[in-house]
Ligand binder design. Structure first.
Ligand SMILES: *Cc1c(COP(=O)(O)O)cnc(C)c1O
Ligand code: SF4
Length: 489
């Protein structure tokens, strides 16, 4: 058990740390080393909060969960059954614990949102209901009317144009040797900022979705396509969320892909670890299916990894630590892809804490994305300059292999680019121009800072389509003259 009492325990020599999914290493006793010369300012153990996962029954703080015992809360079936999918049900659960106007606000938010509501008890109990407006977890999953902002004129529902790069429904082949397979369109929770707002989750008042539900015939076409393309070595199994595949479906997809000679690497993408770690600890069948696929990959000298999606340090608790410990013991690599969002993780300290906390539980921070230009989430987006600044602080704060690459998944389908590699960026108009020579040679791609981050004058210009086009034309001209590396021939 690693908790706030760590300091005390460290002074006792040779203790073992027992417990499920936890290290049994003997810890070196903590001593004072006053005679040594130090080159950096001293650091207290107490300040290293990223490694603290107190084993509290934190959910009991919420009156509705006060009587939920540990065994129940750790049961993924209970978590699924008690996930909330409507404002009414959430209100019934939270009641007076949240400010009175909050639920009216929520209903207004939902009527405009591109994503349906679905939120697990695990996340519900980590939300600060006394101040839900500013809670980084509420912001990600629960839309509220009075915080929504008008969309930038260049947002889209399928911002990355995934459908345009799909040879068969639910398979996107954009890059040379890797493809994205979407076998399912549901998730254990729904994130407001989902890249796949065009297909994931239930229809909303705003959006009827493209259906990519579980369909063996559709899957078969994707497998055939992958097999027909010898250059495809790397397949991302995403969705939706692989957590929602049944164990037998996960195993079937994994083993089928690994049996294709050209496939060398598969990744199972799931946000589940961040929003319902209980599944790893209590769904024996699903864990076994994942382990079977992982072992099969390894025996055949191929690779399977999990890509998950933590966005804020608060999402990691002792339950996540135990779940990640189980995966680590089974030799399963887990990488994280975070999405930068305003009010969630757009501060240097939060991002560094996220990276350190992930690393502590053996999750590699792989990417931090600037928020996609999806409709209905303008309030969540940050400017490119905010991301550039945070990246500068994160790099150098920890091990290089635990330092995420900050990327922009280019609107229109140019693929992911390091945010720093723009050909041109004008902070005044908020237009950044990128090229993607190995993905779509000769084409220019644009990312637009959110309108709320711009000066009054630029905001006005964006409200006029003619001015908007003028700013874009100027950015194109500038990007061609300002950089000698752009070859648009
Ligand atoms: C993100 C993505 C991949 C995987 O890209 P990596 O940079 O290797 O993580 C593959 N295909 C599509 C369409 C993607 O969006
Ligand atoms: S878990 Fe992933 S696919 Fe599902 S809603 Fe969230 S971002 Fe979208």
């Amino acid at each position: 058990m690693i908790d706030t009492a760590t300091t005390e325990r460290r002074e006792i020599s040779k203790i073992s740390l027992p417990g499920k999914g936890q290290s049994t290493l003997e810890q070196t006793p903590r001593r004072e080393y006053q005679s040594l010369q130090h080159v950096r300012p001293p650091v207290s153990f107490e300040s290293l909060t990223h490694g603290q996962f107190p084993e509290e029954e934190f959910w009991r703080k919420l009156p509705a969960y006060a009587d939920i015992d540990r065994e129940t809360f750790l049961d993924y079936k209970w978590q699924s059954r008690n996930s909330k999918t409507s404002a009414g049900r959430l209100k019934k659960l939270i009641g007076d614990f949240a400010p009175a106007e909050f639920f009216t606000d929520l209903e207004q938010g939902l009527s405009k949102a591109p994503m349906a509501l679905r939120i697990s008890p695990y996340i519900i109990s980590l939300i600060d209901w006394e101040d839900p407006y500013n809670c980084p977890l509420r912001i990600q999953f629960v839309p509220i009317g009075n915080r929504l902002l008008e969309d930038h004129p260049n947002t889209h529902l399928d911002s990355l144009n995934e459908q345009g790069d799909s040879p068969t429904p639910g398979l996107t082949h954009r890059y040379f040797d890797k493809a994205l397979f979407l076998p399912i369109n549901t998730c254990p929770v729904y994130c407001r900022f989902c890249t796949r707002s065009y297909s994931v989750g239930m229809d909303t008042e705003e959006v009827s979705k493209v259906s990519l539900r579980v369909d063996y015939e559709r899957w078969k076409k994707a497998f055939e396509y992958i097999e027909s393309r010898p250059e495809l070595e790397d397949i991302v199994i995403s969705g939706g969320d692989a957590y929602n595949l049944r164990a037998d479906q996960l195993e079937e997809i994994g083993l089928t892909l690994l049996a294709i000679p050209n496939v060398r690497r598969i990744r199972v993408a799931t946000k589940g670890l961040a929003v319902m770690p209980q599944k790893i600890l209590s769904d024996k069948k699903w864990l076994q299916a994942l382990t079977t696929v992982g072992n099969h990959a390894r025996k055949n000298h191929k690779d399977m990894a999990i890509h998950t999606h933590f966005n804020h340090p608060k999402e990691m608790t002792w339950i996540s630590q135990q779940a990640l410990g189980v995966l680590h013991e089974r030799g399963i690599t887990v990488r994280n892809q975070a999405v930068m969002q305003r009010g969630v993780n757009d501060e240097v300290d939060t991002m560094i804490q996220l990276v350190r906390r992930l690393s502590y539980i053996n999750v590699h921070p792989y990417y931090v994305y600037v928020c996609d230009m999806v409709s209905g989430i303008e309030d969540l987006r940050t400017s490119l300059s905010t991301a550039l600044n945070i990246e500068k602080h994160v790099r150098g704060s920890t091990a290089g292999f635990n330092t995420p690459t900050f990327v922009c998944d280019l609107p229109g389908g140019g693929g992911k680019r390091s945010i720093h590699s723009y050909e041109y960026y004008n902070q005044d108009t908020g237009i950044a121009v990128y090229t993607a020579p190995s993905v779509k040679a000769g084409k220019l791609f644009f990312y637009f800072d959110p309108i709320h981050s711009l000066s009054e004058q630029s905001r006005l210009r964006w409200s006029d389509p003619v001015e908007g086009q003028r700013m874009l034309d100027e950015a194109i001209r500038e990007s061609k003259t300002s950089s000698s590396t752009v070859d648009l021939a």
